[in-house]
Design a protein around this ligand. Structure first.
Ligand code: ATP
Ligand code: F6P
Length: 503
């Protein structure tokens, strides 16, 4: 069963604080998620962000436990034609046309096969730039009982296109070993060949299609013929995406009195060392957040996060959805006390930590569901700092870094450390900054983890091990103020481009 929180109202309370009202929506009904299979068909000229949008949709849905997968036609095309020149994409090139059609057919066939094994949302990532191609895909999908949602990305801004080509396309495997300037020229010619035949979704002739058109990175959005709740979610998500460069800074609260005594949950004050972290944060943050950055600061409604953020000079907002995982009847106990009082529960939790729900409390799965509006807001926002709790940070980190559910609840997120995430076109860069103030460890290994192999999902996971691009620093000597680790980013981009890439 899948649940969502849905924003139903936004407003301001008596103290002038922004308030967002959400309701819990059960997507357990037939027309909602379980029995719906949707093919999301990307549409648009090359370098319009289709692969990025496709990847984000898939990550978002998988994070919500919806079985989703992207099928990139470029990857299929590359098996026969690994490094095509622009002329390959000329529609007068009959051999090129044949190979491109074959690649599209292979991707659609695999996608339909995947639907028959229980897939829920398949994303067909290609240009799908003609009416006849869209008609053919729709017929194929509907014959198998799949709904079709077209997502068109239109962008006429030459500056954005040029930037997209230079930052992403020249690293595509299509141009491996090529001179970058030659690659840019060839890619521009490829776009010209597509432009000759490209037909935007026609609001009259194709009015029966279910579609969303994102014009100039969401400046204008046209939505047509939406049929159900899951389509609405996908569309709302794509509308919130933006490509403005930004970073997200995450921190747990400072060490709390409960952390010191080993108790979980509660609403304790900071310990003296936790307070030292709160006092040091403005200085640490001033070194790692570029001067002049406009930053919004979000905390939970719990004392320990509010106290931690109290000296930071940014616009603040408290979110109930950022409160720590509710440990129900175990709230206020230590792990040994829980083990003694509820031995079977204790073991069940270790066996399946993501799904285990505390009696009268929550599971990690529950936390992810209540974090959905937070993620949606994070996608809309620019620079944000979030001060929250261990379990909540694991869920947020898992979303941005694409960490699977069997690992995310076991990630070691240290106290007194700021984590910086910088989302990019093909992955998120991670940096960690330790404040150098000692704190207890609240981390508990899974039972028997020393004897178990990693394949069993037992091993604890250091964040930096799970990141493609990671950098850690220890105060006071080495807080980096220089540029991001560009070589690592480029490597990650090239790696990602090798997996994805153009048709
Ligand atoms: P191709 O058809 O060659 O595969 P594509 O449309 O899939 O191209 P991507 O590789 O996803 O393009 O993205 C290229 C760049 O587009 C990325 O740098 C990304 O940040 C940017 N981008 C993302 N969303 C949009 C958008 N809505 N409009 C324009 N550019 C975008
Ligand atoms: O111990 C600190 C804490 O934030 C508790 O309040 C919370 O129950 C726990 O961490 C979550 O971590 P885990 O899911 O590993 O028990």
């Amino acid at each position: 069963m899948v649940h969502f929180f849905k924003i139903i109202d936004r407003g301001t309370n008596a103290e002038g604080k922004e308030q967002i009202e959400v309701i819990w929506v059960d997507a357990d009904e037939k027309d909602q998620v379980e029995d719906v299979q949707i093919c999301v068909v990307m549409v648009g000229l090359p370098a319009r962000g289709k692969s990025l949008i496709a990847r984000k949709i898939v990550n978002y849905l998988k994070w919500l436990s919806i079985n989703a997968k992207s099928f990139n036609v470029g990857t299929y095309r590359r098996t026969e034609t690994p490094k095509p020149g622009a002329e390959f994409f000329d529609t007068n090139n009959t051999e090129g046309e044949r190979l491109r059609r074959a690649a599209a057919e292979a991707a659609v066939t695999d996608m339909l096969q995947w639907f028959s094994t229980g897939g829920h949302v398949g994303v067909l990532d290609a240009t799908n730039s003609t009416k006849s191609r869209r008609k053919w895909i729709k017929e194929q999908c509907e014959a198998r009982g799949c709904q079709v949602l077209f997502v068109e990305s239109k962008c006429e801004d030459d500056e954005i296109i040029d930037k997209n080509i230079r930052s992403v396309k020249v690293n595509s495997p299509d141009y491996k070993g090529s001179d970058p300037e030659e690659a840019v020229r060839d890619f521009m010619n490829r776009i010209r060949n597509y432009e000759r035949v490209y037909q935007t979704i026609d609001d009259d002739e194709e009015k029966d299609l279910t579609y969303v058109k994102l014009v100039d990175v969401g400046t204008q959005v046209v939505i047509n013929n939406i049929e159900n709740y899951l389509q609405t979610r996908v569309i709302y998500f794509t509308m919130n995406l933006h490509i403005t460069p930004r970073s997200i800074w995450l921190s747990r609260h400072g060490e709390s009195m409960f952390n010191v005594s080993g108790q979980i949950g509660g609403d304790a004050d900071l310990s003296p060392r936790g307070m030292m972290y709160a006092e040091k944060l403005p200085d640490l943050v001033s070194k790692i957040v570029p001067e002049g950055t406009k930053l919004k600061l979000w905390t939970s409604t719990m004392k320990r996060t509010i106290q931690t953020a109290q000296f930071l000079p940014y616009e603040k907002k408290e979110w109930k959805a950022l409160d720590e995982l509710d440990a129900g009847v175990c709230d206020g106990l230590t792990y040994p006390q829980i083990e003694a009082k509820y031995p079977a529960d204790f073991k069940s939790r270790d066996d399946d930590k993501y799904n285990y729900r505390y009696r009268g409390g929550e599971s990690y799965r529950d936390v992810v569901i209540r974090l959905e509006p937070i993620i949606m807001e994070m996608e809309r926002e620019d620079n944000i700092m979030i001060v929250t709790h261990q379990a909540v940070l694991r869920c947020i980190y898992a979303y941005f870094m694409n960490i699977p559910q069997h690992r995310s609840p076991w990630m070691a997120i240290p106290l007194h450390t700021v984590i910086k995430l910088t989302p990019g076109a093909y992955g998120t860069e991670m940096e960690m900054f330790n404040a150098g103030i000692p704190a207890v460890s609240t981390y508990r290994e899974k039972y028997g983890s020393a004897e178990m192999g990693e394949s069993e999902g037992a091993a604890s996971a250091d964040l930096s091990m799970l990141a493609d691009t990671a950098k850690t620093s220890q105060e006071p000597d080495s807080v980096p103020t220089g540029p991001a680790p560009v070589e690592k980013l480029e490597k990650a981009a090239a790696k990602a481009a090798a997996k994805l890439g153009a048709v």
